[in-house]
Write a protein of this length. Structure first.
Length: 202
């Protein structure tokens, strides 16, 4: 199994890049794991308390569960990937049965901050977009798709997103084998990654 880690700040385009990569690749050969599925279970907190959580700090992620799921997949064992609700700020009761594939892509802002998880990646990719571009994209996405308003996104950006990005996420760029500039759609970089995957699959 080839495990590819794709990191980068919020709104840089990780999910979009993953979808572009797997588009046109054989469905049964490639699987995706999202770090968002591994936000810690916050059922012990009420909704208002959950809105105050710093979701951009590594401790927000259940890396133990992510690590054991990756180990299982490497051994050929299917996993039940949790499903997260950004509207409720919590894990749902649903899971997605995720089968091991020849290529597994793991994407998320903090996946390269954890040394054990980092070591599991055969290829490490960092997607870069400038912070103003990321903020604009996040504003549009969170308002249309994640039930937020302008004030929520800007307050969270100032209080946690920006400082956590600078402290934890941006420094993981140094671990990357490939950095994809993504201020604009980057079809050349996508083609290169797809070629690498196709070589593995052939
Ligand atoms: N290169 C790009 N140019 C313009 N908009 C983009 C680009 N890549 C992604 N987007 C848009 O930005 C938003 C955030 O992208 P997404 O892939 O969800 O980022 P991430 O997963 O890194 O948070 C989405 O609405 C997406 O359509
Ligand atoms: O309940 C939550 C959990 C996370 N977030 C924010 O999500 C982003 C990470 O997702 P991307 O798709 O990479 O943008 C992170 O910046 C958290 O702040 C949230 O808003 N609510």
């Amino acid at each position: 199994m080839l495990v590819i880690g794709i990191a980068g700040g919020t709104g840089c385009g990780k999910t979009t890049v993953v979808n572009q990569i797997i588009n046109e690749l054989p469905y049964e050969e490639v699987g995706v794991i999202s770090q968002d599925s591994y936000y810690c279970d916050l059922s012990h907190l009420n909704y208002d308390e959950r809105t105050q959580v710093n979701f951009d700090h590594p401790r927000a992620i259940d890396f133990d569960l992510l690590g054991s799921h990756l180990q299982d997949l490497k051994k050929g064992i299917p996993i039940h990937q949790p499903v997260y609700s950004f509207v409720k700020h919590n894990r749902t009761n649903d899971t997605i049965l995720t089968h091991p594939r020849k290529v597994m892509i793991v994407e998320g802002i903090l996946i390269m901050t954890n040394p054990q998880i980092r070591e599991m990646f055969d290829i490490k990719i960092f997607v870069h977009a400038d912070s103003d571009e990321r903020l604009i994209r996040r504003l549009k996405r969170d308002i249309t798709e994640r039930g937020r308003d302008l004030d929520e996104v800007l307050t969270r950006y100032q209080n946690t997103l920006k400082p956590m990005h600078n402290q934890f996420i941006e420094p993981t760029k140094e671990y990357a084998d490939i950095i994809i500039p993504n201020n604009k759609y980057n079809t050349v970089a996508i083609d290169i990654v797809r070629t690498i995957i196709n070589e593995k699959l052939s």
